[in-house]
Design a binder for this molecule. Structure first.
Ligand SMILES: O=P(O)(O)OC[C@H]1O[C@H](O[C@H]2O[C@H](CO)[C@@H](O)[C@H](O)[C@H]2O)[C@H](O)[C@@H](O)[C@@H]1O
Ligand SMILES: O=c1ccn([C@@H]2O[C@H](COP(=O)(O)OP(=O)(O)O)[C@@H](O)[C@H]2O)c(=O)[nH]1
Length: 472
């Protein structure tokens, strides 16, 4: 079996007491644990001002996985991470054109860091390695590696949505982005909707076509392009949740609730997650269903995220104000409706909190997948499962057909769905939950990883190999 090399912007080198918050880190940690290999990317740290901006990777091996990470200079982080990745690609790919900012400076920083990654990674690569690159930060990486002469099989997985062509073409360099994707052998999206958007783009912009064998041919290369919905470690998560009665935080939370029904939301503080609309829906629910006042509590766990990006700082203020307004309007001396927590909670405690919750509120305005939705389902007590209230715009909605689906832009509709979820009979809850849990057991993170790698490990066709060689 070839060695697997994973490349992602964020690499969660395991350190005690720092759980990864972010679905990519969570999903890939599960995948890497099973197979071992090399994981390359950004350390999460900054180079000292004045330091050499071409740092050598710091390499450590833990439990069969070798981590090679580099620090980045402040300018690189500003232009590549906070700039082009998170002020252009992230909002645009989440259908939020009005939040984008395109500049030549950040675009050039994006390419500079991709080249730096390629330069530092290439010496660590053996000819038989297969290379699996993750997410929007690193779209040009394969083209950079190929330009340096690497002939390895390379795959790319996009964890965020791929937008429809009318939105993608707002990006001035959209054609280059799609050309960069064609340097991979396999491109994976989260859902069939993303795949359809890609296919429509390729057809409309006349950059390629589908071959009879299902692959796409574009820019002189044949590329396998498929949907591979990312999964979680379903059974492990279910087992942790079942044993969570021993967790002190979970016990204290249960005691603090008394017999009130818990509603839970867990999201990075990100505008794509629809947290403001969700709090408004909770407010509307308390207004329209006063019998629930004092009988429920909504716990919103929201670690801060990407604080260097101005739009995130703005939404932090907006959400804090809304939370204050709801509590100011509805709190009683002995009851606080909304518990708004701006810190990361460890995954063992999270599993237990999900299991305590009668409703999992997962209402992003747009999301690649949303692992929280899957974790909520996995954590439920089969005898008394809670209800997943899920945005139709989360990638997870393509699979989780037992959820109560909602449109997060429809605040009144979400408020009504919340009341319906809290009132749902045990029989209906069990029926909705069991189908979803079965699906998550078969389509778990190991299945996701195996499906993608099976496509990537397909031997290359001679015609493709010669085309690449000819392209130099
Ligand atoms: O690395 P950060 O900037 O702190 O952000 C955290 C991660 O957020 C995004 O996660 C996505 O991947 C999940 C797993 O496939 C998916 O469920 C979710 O819908 C996506 O938003 C981002 O794509 C990652 O690169 C970040 O590391
Ligand atoms: O306090 C927290 C908040 C989130 N998470 C984890 O972070 C991931 C979030 O992934 P998701 O796909 O829902 O969204 P993303 O943040 O990647 O956009 C999930 O596995 C959560 O369990 C966590 O461990 N602690």
């Amino acid at each position: 079996m070839s060695r697997l090399v994973i490349v992602s912007n964020r690499v969660p080198v395991p350190t005690p007491g720092t759980p990864p918050a972010g679905g990519l880190a969570v999903a890939l940690s599960g995948a890497m644990k099973a197979r071992g290999g090399l994981w390359f990317g950004w350390s999460g740290g900054k180079l000292e001002p004045g330091a050499d901006e071409q740092p050598e990777p710091e390499i450590t091996t833990i439990d069969g996985v070798t981590y090679a990470v580099i620090d980045l200079a402040q300018r690189d982080l500003d232009e590549y991470y906070a700039g082009f990745s998170n002020r252009m690609l992230w909002p645009l790919f989440h259908y939020r054109m009005e939040l984008t900012e395109f500049t030549r400076v950040t675009l050039s920083g994006y390419h500079r860091v991709n080249r730096l990654f390629a330069q530092k990674l290439a010496p660590l690569i053996c000819p038989d390695d297969i290379i699996w690159v993750h997410d929007y930060h690193l779209i040009p990486l394969a083209a950079e590696l190929r330009a340096m002469g690497l002939r390895n099989r390379m795959g790319f997985f996009l964890h965020i949505p791929f937008p429809p062509p009318d939105i993608l073409t707002v990006l001035p360099n959209h054609a280059d982005v799609v050309r960069s994707l064609a340097a991979y052998d396999v491109v994976g999206f989260q859902t069939p909707i993303d795949l359809e958007n890609f296919e429509t783009y390729v057809r409309r912009e006349r950059v390629g076509r589908r071959l009879p064998d299902g692959r796409f041919v574009a820019h002189g290369r044949a590329v396998t392009v498929e949907a591979f919905p990312v999964g979680i470690e379903t059974q492990v998560f279910a087992d942790v949740a079942a044993a969570s009665g021993r967790n002190a935080l979970v016990r204290r939370t249960r005691e603090s609730l008394g017999d009130r029904s818990l509603i839970i939301g867990v999201d990075r503080l990100d505008y794509s997650k629809g947290i403001a609309q969700r709090i408004q829906a909770f407010e509307t629910f308390l207004l329209l269903d006063p019998e629930w006042r004092g009988r429920c509590a909504y716990l919103q766990i929201t670690p801060k995220s990407r604080e260097e990006v101005p739009e995130y700082a703005a939404m932090e203020r907006e959400v804090a104000e809304l939370a204050g307004r709801v509590n100011g309007s509805f709190s009683e001396v002995d009851w606080t409706p909304l518990r708004y927590v701006n810190r990361t909670v460890g995954r063992n405690a999270l599993a237990g909190l999900y299991r305590q919750a009668a409703v999992g509120l997962v209402t992003p305005l747009r999301d690649g997948m949303n692992l929280v939705a899957k974790e909520y389902v996995a954590a439920q007590d089969p005898e008394n499962p809670g209800v997943l209230l899920l945005s139709r715009f989360a990638g997870a909605a393509c699979e989780l057909d037992g959820a109560l689906l909602t449109n997060p832009y429809d605040v009144d509709g979400t408020a009504g769905a919340l009341a319906r979820a809290l009132d749902m009979s045990l029989e209906e809850r069990r029926e909705r939950w069991s189908g979803m849990f079965e699906k998550l057991k078969t389509h778990d993170v190991a299945w996701w990883c195996q499906s993608f790698l099976a496509a990537l490990e397909q031997p290359d066709e001679p015609s493709q190999a010669s085309r690449i060689a000819a392209a130099g």
